[in-house]
Design a protein around this ligand. Sequence first.
Ligand SMILES: [Zn+2]
Length: 106
Amino acid sequence: MPVKHIPQRTCINCRTIRPKRELVRVIRVTENHLEIDPTGKKNGRGAYLCRQRICWDEILENPDRLTDALKMRAPLASDDVTVMRAFAAPLPLRLANGSDAPPKTN
Ligand SMILES: [Zn+2]
């Protein structure tokens, strides 16, 4: 049986490596605008964030890490911040575990 390759990506905030579909892709659409790409299929330079609000809150507090990852030349636009906050709002604050974390035995 061939082993199915599962693409893995790293969250730009917490550096957790997870299967790509467990992360949310954010893409650069212009020099100073980004877009959330829930399907992960749009063209463009992308960066990944966990589906947990803490990573979105933290990256928006320090958006240089996001704009660097996307090679944007301008600071994050305030409407993009609004879109990201709105996307993150319904997410759980923290996921229970990284998917690569060993199961708890106690
Ligand atoms: Zn993360």
